[in-house]
Each structure stands twice: as structure tokens, then as C-alpha cells.
Ligand binder design. Structure first.
Ligand code: FES
Length: 159
């Protein structure tokens, strides 16, 4: 069993900065996600109690915003843009190549060792650079399956 993600001191530290008003919910969840790289379910009860709101309310915020994740993510989050501009410029072969090299699929987007998560996004707002791939927040323009594969190798070496 992995150890519980409920660390009251971590949550208190976050809430010391954001405050515990209901209007701070998003800021608190952002802080939690920054710390764990996702929103562990164990923390919801604690936060809800501190804010005096229902757990369901917290879940509704967490599931409404695409940037929040209830599933653990890898240290490197690779996002292949599959918006129209990128799709037309062949983003799918890039995705297919990365999935094959990482042994991932749509249903299993994260490697077991939590090093890599591979996702698609609908448009990164950088269509002029299509096809685009991001690693965490860094944008890689004009990708090809070969370039993506090289990038993946260099990320693996970085560790
Ligand atoms: S469609 Fe990929 S950046 Fe817009």
C-alpha cells in the first residue's frame, strides 16, 4: 500500500496562504495539485471540513476544471495537441509513436513508475506552430514522430 496522501500539515500550509473562505476553493485545489501533481481523494474530506462546505461541492469544482486531475500524473506530462490545425498537420502519428514507446494507451495514460503521462488536448492556442507538443509547460513546435521520440529519449536520460 502506498502511504496516505492526507498530510494535514501540507494542507494547512496551503490554506495559510489562500485562506479558508469558500471563494478560496480553486486556489486551495491549485495548491494541492501543485504539491501532489494531482488531487488525491483523501484530502477532500479534510479541506471540506476546514472550509465548512460539503465534499460534493469540492468534487464539483475539481471535476469542472479540465486542469484539475483526480488521477496521479507522471513527473513529465506530455500533451499532444489534436486541435484541427495540429490534426491536419499529422499529430496522430506523433501520439501513436509516443504511446507505443511508453507502452501507454488512451485508457492508461500514465506509466506505472509515474514518470510519464501522455494526453491529448484540443488546442494549445499555438496553431501557427502545428503540430505542437508540450512537456509540462514547455512548448515544442513543428513536431514529427521522430522528433517526439528523440525528445522522449532525452527526457528519459535527464533523470
Ligand atoms: S490546434 Fe494545435 S495549437 Fe491549435
Amino acid at each position: 500500500m502506498s502511504k496516505s496522501k492526507l498530510e494535514p500539515n501540507v494542507l494547512e500550509e496551503i490554506m495559510a496562504k489562500t485562506g479558508t473562505a469558500e471563494s478560496s476553493v480553486i486556489a486551495i485545489l491549485q495548491g494541492v495539485q501543485e504539491h501532489y501533481r494531482y488531487l488525491p481523494r483523501e484530502v477532500f474530506g479534510y479541506i471540506a471540513a476546514r472550509l465548512g462546505i460539503g465534499v460534493a461541492r469540492l468534487y464539483s469544482v475539481a471535476t469542472f476544471y479540465e486542469n484539475f486531475s483526480l488521477e496521479p500524473k507522471g513527473r513529465y506530462v506530455l500533451r499532444v495537441c489534436d486541435g484541427t490545425a495540429c490534426h491536419v498537420r499529422k499529430s496522430i502519428p506523433i501520439l501513436t509513436r509516443l504511446r507505443a514507446e511508453l507502452g501507454l494507451s488512451e485508457a492508461t495514460p500514465t506509466t506505472e513508475d509515474l514518470r510519464f503521462t501522455l494526453e491529448t488536448v484540443s488546442c494549445l492556442g499555438a496553431c501557427g506552430l502545428a503540430p505542437v507538443l508540450t512537456v509540462n509547460d514547455k512548448v515544442y513546435p513543428a513536431m514529427t514522430p521522430e522528433k517526439a521520440s528523440e525528445l522522449l529519449s532525452s527526457l528519459k536520460e535527464e533523470e
